[in-house]
Design a protein around this ligand. Structure first.
Ligand code: S3P
Length: 449
């Protein structure tokens, strides 16, 4: 476990500049995993070199693929993955340690479940508390076997098989990770595997599988749900992938710029997949001045350059059905809401309780410490009474091994009367390596506390 790294963020003036935040975490994990089961070489530009993704790269190596980093002429990392071919992952000689990453653990459990190998998965103290039954249950229906702790937590042994049976599975929770785990198991399973989702979740697995040559179809059902079907055992061919900048990471400088008077930032190459942009829709509803410039397509994913200017924000109601498209952005939205005029109500946040931390509890507790009035509803809603300027601050906030809690409160500190500290910023490296330097380069004042 990394050593705790307390950080303090102090009110700043205007934020100015043009930056590219690191690559999309969801797309980065998937590019390494699919590259590893494709035939030939996959070349990945812009891979997120955060700890979560580096755990996936290490796991793919233990499963037999080659995954190496080179530097291009500009010094940026280019990753080359030499795949083993679908069905040919090798039994790892060591435990697969997925660190802090639920995405890495759940997707990989699905992928190896359809291989005739036995793998042991573990993670850090945060990941080992998170529910895994949501993936093991449907995978058991397909014929995979699991041996693990009671309560369906890691560490967990997966006894895979290449003789799984395809299923049709209706997701009980809106989760791209569960959907992807089943699709990735269906990939090496003869026949058609279907996942039905009532609410659309991020579709990077589907888009990237098509890019690698698999047949993945989507069909709108009579009740409005979406049925996603993968045809098993395709020939996957190595591809070139350009990973867009992560809209979930861009959210932090974007909100910071909205909150600081005089700010104007350009965030380049930000992924604009409509299943990921709920935060930006919400901020615009709150009165944010965000221009989506230069919209274009980059290897099957829409991207844009975002020009963000300081804005006076007002409170809004965020409907529950928007949650899947902004599931990771509620902590930073809560920071924006704390500075807005009026009340913001966020509905349908139950899933926040099973993220890297119980984000609903951590956000409510942290905001309260900073002098913001909040209520958590019995229906897992969060109400934030905006201060209209910035909150009092002057507190140290607990982060519970959660990178997004840490970054959100550092952003809040930039707009608070007194500095805001977080007890541990070390986990920021899981998704946003270089966060502090990048933000300080724009005008923030984040220092080791
Ligand atoms: C992710 C899906 C989401 C999200 C996570 C990344 C993915 O999780 O919170 O950060 O890459 O599929 P859930 O599927 O559990 O909602």
């Amino acid at each position: 476990m990394p050593q705790a790294k307390p950080l303090r963020s102090t009110t700043t003036g205007a934020l100015k500049g043009a930056i590219r935040v690191p690559g999309d975490k969801s797309i980065s994990h998937r590019s390494l995993m699919l590259g590893a089961v494709a035939v030939g070489e996959t070349v990945i530009h812009g891979l997120l070199e955060g700890e979560d993704v580096l755990h996936t790269a290490a796991a793919m190596r233990l499963l037999g693929a080659e995954a190496e980093r080179e530097s291009n002429a500009a010094g940026a990392g280019v990753w080359r993955v030499r795949g083993v071919g679908l069905g040919a992952l090798r039994e790892p000689a060591q435990v697969l340690d997925m660190g802090n990453s639920g995405t890495a653990a759940r997707l990989l459990i699905g992928l190896v479940a359809a291989h005739p190998i036995t793998c042991v998965f573990t993670g850090d103290d945060s990941l080992n508390k998170r529910p895994m039954a949501r993936v093991t249950k449907p995978l058991e229906e397909m014929g995979a076997r699991f041996v693990g702790r009671s309560g369906g937590r890691l560490p967990l042994t997966v006894v895979g098989s290449d003789q799984l049976v395809p299923i049709t599975y209706r997701l009980p929770v809106a989760s791209a990770q569960v959907k992807s785990a089943i699709i990735l198991a269906g990939l090496n399973t003869a026949g058609a595997t279907t996942v039905i989702e009532a609410e659309p979740t991020r579709d990077h697995t589907e888009l990237m599988l098509r890019h690698f040559g698999a047949t993945v179809t989507t069909e709108r059902l009579e009740d409005g749900a979406l049925a996603v079907t993968v045809i098993g055992q395709p020939e996957l061919t190595g591809r070139t992938i350009h990973v867009p900048a992560d809209p979930s990471s861009a959210a932090f400088p974007a909100v910071a710029a909205l909150l600081r008077p005089g700010s104007e930032l350009v965030l380049n190459d930000v992924g604009m997949n409509p299943r990921r942009t709920g935060l930006y829709d919400t901020l615009v509803e709150m009165g944010a001045d965000i221009a989506f410039e230069n919209r274009r397509d980059q290897a099957g994913e829409p991207v844009a350059d975002l020009r963000v200017r300081h804005s006076r924000l007002k409170g809004v109601v965020v409907p529950a059905d928007r949650a899947p498209s902004m599931i990771d952005e509620y902590p930073v939205l809560a920071a924006a809401a704390a500075c807005a005029e009026g009340t913001t109500v966020m509905l349908g946040l139950k899933e926040l309780r099973v993220k890297e931390s119980d984000r609903l509890a951590m956000v409510a507790e942290g905001l309260t410490r900073c002098g913001v009035s909040v209520e958590v509803g019995a229906d897992d809603s969060l109400t934030v009474h905006g201060t209209g300027k910035g909150p009092k601050g002057g507190a140290t906030v607990a982060t519970a091994m959660d990178h997004r809690i840490a970054m959100s409160f550092l952003v809040l500190g930039m707009a608070s009367e007194q500095p805001v500290s977080v007890d541990d910023g070390a986990f920021i490296d899981t998704s946003f390596p270089g966060f502090v330097g990048l933000m300080n380069g724009l005008g923030a004042a984040i220092v080791e506390a």
